[in-house]
Every structure is written in C-alpha cells, then in structure tokens.
Design a protein around this ligand. Structure first.
Ligand SMILES: Nc1ccn([C@@H]2O[C@H](COP(=O)(O)OP(=O)(O)OP(=O)(O)O)[C@@H](O)[C@H]2O)c(=O)n1
Ligand SMILES: C[C@](O)(CO)[C@H](O)COP(=O)(O)O
Length: 391
C-alpha cells in the first residue's frame, strides 16, 4: 500500500558529456530550467506528497534563485561526488524528517519529459507489492560489440531493455540498500542496488519522452520535442470599473495615489481582472465571474492578486506555462507611466515570470467615451500560454 510517496529529483551532476559548459540541468528548456520540468511534473501528480531536489554542493541558494517562486515548499539538499551519494543524501534527508514516506521515486532531472502516465504505472507496480520498479524500453537497433574499430559479435537484443527513471521503491528497503552498499563498482542506478539485496525489480513500460539529455545535441532535440508537444493558446480579457471618490485605487496589483478609486465587489483592480480573463480564456475555463461570483460575499474587498494566483495555478495544473502577457490600461487619469515599472514587477512576481515577459501599456480615448470623461478605467489584456498536447 503506497500511503505516502516522496520524489527525489537529482540535479547535482556535472553534465560533462553534454559539452555545454555549464551543468545541463540548469540550462533553459522551453523557457524554464531543465530541472524545473521534473519538479513541476512531480508536483502536479496528486499521489506525490513531497519533492526533494538535490543540487551541487554549495548550490542551494543558486537553485532557489533560479527557481524563484517554484522553490517554495521544496526540500533542497546538496548532492555528493557520485549519483549514488546524491541519492543517499536525499534519502537521509527524508529519513530525518518528521514523517518518513512509505515509498520514494528517484528521478534524473536530465530526463525532463516526465509524463504522469509513467508515474501511474510505477505506483500501480508498487501497489501490486513490488519493492522496486522502473520504466524500461526495448532496444530498436542491432547491437554489436566494438573490437578496436571492427565489428565484433552481434548481441541478442531481444532480452535487453533501456532503463529510464523515475525508479520507484519501498522507502525502508532502498534506504537500507544505500546504507549497506559496499561493492567496489559504482552502480549506475538505484534499482541494481536494491536487486543486489535479493529484491525483484518489476519492469513497467517506459516512454520515449523520458530520454535523457546526455550528449551534445540532446538538449536541442528535447527543445524540439517539447515544442512539438505543446500548443500555443492566446486569450483575450477586457474589463471596466467605475471611478468613485473615497475608494482606494488598485491597478496592476499596485496601490496608486489618486483622487478617486475604482468601485467593485473586490478591490476592483481592472487590470488584473482583464489579465485573469485573458488567462482563463486561453485555458477555455470560463471567466473571472464564473470562478469568483460578485454575488458571493467572500470576495467582498478581496485583493485581485488572489484571482490572478488562481488563474496561474490553473495553467500550472494543466501542465502549461505562461509565455507572455500584454496589458493596456485605458484612462485619462491617473498617469500610468510613473507606475508602469512597479506594475510590471508585481504582475511578473504574481505570475512567476521574468519581467521581460510582462508588458504594461496605457492609452487615453482622447477624452471620448466613459474613460475619456473620467467615469471609469478600462483594461484589456492578451495572454499567451503553452499547454501540453497530451499527458
Ligand atoms: N554526483 C551526481 C551525479 C549525477 N547526478 C544526477 O544524476 C542524473 C544522471 O544523469 P547523468 O547523465 O549521468 O548526469 P551527469 O552526471 O550530470 O552527466 P555526466 O556523466 O555527463 O557528467 C542527472 O540528473 C545528474 O544531475 C547527481 O545528482 N549527482
Ligand atoms: C539512472 C539512469 O538514468 C538509468 O538509465 C542512468 O544510469 C544514469 O545516467 P548515467 O549516464 O548512467 O550516469
């Protein structure tokens, strides 16, 4: 019975074979660091309670900076000289915690294309009683031995399998396997360590999307694979609120000193409302009113930042990412220019995006119409998101 499941994401390697100059797991892939893909996939899975990230010695602060808001709730530990020692450090961190998990997944961050279907198959094998299980794929090519540049014998490929991660284990069993390991050869994965103790390792079907970034060119191949597996969606949002005396003015998540404020059920931040509708539109998941009805007293005076946090979470929950947002605020006064940078910074923070992916513009309607007469402020937003085609 898998009562609690932790996930270890390994990112403490040097990536020396990739020839990239810096460790491959920190390079950007599809707009986010390679290691963030696995963390996100683990977090998205509803059976995984806790994620431990393993980073190079001395790299905890750097990893937190790189991940930004995504680092929240992560346990981050330093790795060791070898993959085995990195896994050991993470297992010991879990063992030292208040409640140890019943089972654990061990995954290479260098395999960023982690589908939830593989995690489901591993959990099913654990539920069926396996102490250890791993995803494998058959070998497609003819296999030979290389004898000093000449072909040696052909190897029978029928019983051979390519081993992927995540590998999944009974937690006490894999902890013992690591603590007791004394063989002279360095194991390349954890399943062989558990098998050395006499446990069977159940095989489940792997997935080509899980291929590892190892050699030069692999990163670019993965980038193409990821791009092909994502569809770009564009959403449009529009909102208007009335300007009245005696209200605070909130725009783009920032409070702006002004003679009038916007009237509405929440803080009436018209810019955020347009942005939330743009994100929900891109997801085709209704609009702000359907999720936060004005008739519901709990949203009276609410900060609109929480509506945006909800929309951002919806994108994440669908396995997507926000690529860009562009806002236009339409009013005669106040002047938006002096507050533009603060709004960009706040909106970027709320969406977990770099500022160069958030645009805030302003215009007037040449004193025409309701915004021209100063009766209200309008905002329109366009959001671009990428969503996975298949899970
Ligand atoms: N001391 C180590 C070595 C490896 N890893 C991780 O284990 C996975 C194994 O993949 P591999 O391709 O072997 O990674 P590297 O060791 O980084 O690559 P290389 O052997 O080319 O240096 C990677 O996610 C890597 O970051 C780790 O956490 N700690
Ligand atoms: C654990 C592993 O991903 C299984 O295939 C692999 O062995 C780790 O990478 P390495 O290239 O063997 O170090």
């Amino acid at each position: 019975m898998v009562s609690s499941l932790a996930a270890i994401v390994l990112a403490a390697g040097r990536g020396s074979r990739s020839g990239a100059g810096s460790p491959k797991q920190f390079r950007l892939l599809g707009g986010q660091p390679v290691l963030a893909h696995s963390i996100e996939a683990m977090r998205r899975h509803d059976r995984i309670d806790r994620v431990v990230l393993v980073v190079p010695p001395g790299g905890i602060d750097e990893a937190r900076t790189l991940l930004g808001a995504d680092a929240k709730g992560l346990t981050i530990v330093e790795g060791g000289e070898t993959r085995r020692l990195s896994v050991r450090n993470a297992l010991e961190a879990l063992a030292a915690g208040d409640s140890t998990p019943s089972h654990v997944l061990v995954h290479d961050s260098a395999r960023p294309g982690l589908p939830s279907s593989v995690i489901n198959r591993l959990i099913a094998a654990l539920e069926a009683g396996a102490a250890g299980t791993m995803p494998v794929l058959p070998v497609a090519d003819t296999l030979i031995t290389d004898q000093d540049g000449l072909s040696g014998d052909t190897v029978d490929r029928a019983p051979l399998r390519r081993v992927q991660t995540p590998q999944a284990f009974d937690f006490p069993a894999i902890l013992t396997a690591h603590r007791d390991w004394s063989a002279p050869d360095e194991p390349t994965d954890d399943a062989q360590m558990l098998r050395a103790l006499g446990h069977d390792i159940a095989l489940v079907e792997g997935d080509p999307r899980l291929d590892k970034i190892t050699y030069p060119g692999d990163h670019e191949r993965m980038e193409r694979q990821l791009g092909a597996a994502m569809s770009v969606r564009v959403g449009l949002g529009f909102d208007v609120h009335r300007l009245v005396a005696g209200e605070d003015l909130w725009l783009g998540g920032v409070q702006i000193p002004h003679s009038h404020g916007l009237f509405g059920h929440s803080d009436a931040d018209v810019a955020i409302h347009a942005l939330v509708d743009a994100l929900l539109g891109a997801l085709a998941e209704g609009d702000i009113g359907s999720h936060f009805p004005p008739s519901d007293p709990q949203w009276r005076g609410a900060r609109s930042a929480q509506f945006l946090a909800f929309a951002v979470e919806r994108v994440r929950a669908r396995g997507g990412r926000i690529d860009h947002a562009d806002l236009t605020i339409i009013c005669e006064a106040p002047k938006i220019g002096p507050h533009r940078d603060a709004m960009r910074a706040r909106l970027a923070e709320l969406m977990g995006l770099p500022e160069d992916r958030v645009s805030v513009k302003a215009t007037t309607t040449e004193r025409l119409g309701l915004t021209g007469r100063g009766e209200g402020i309008a905002a329109q937003a366009v959001a671009t998101i990428s969503l996975p085609e298949r899970k």
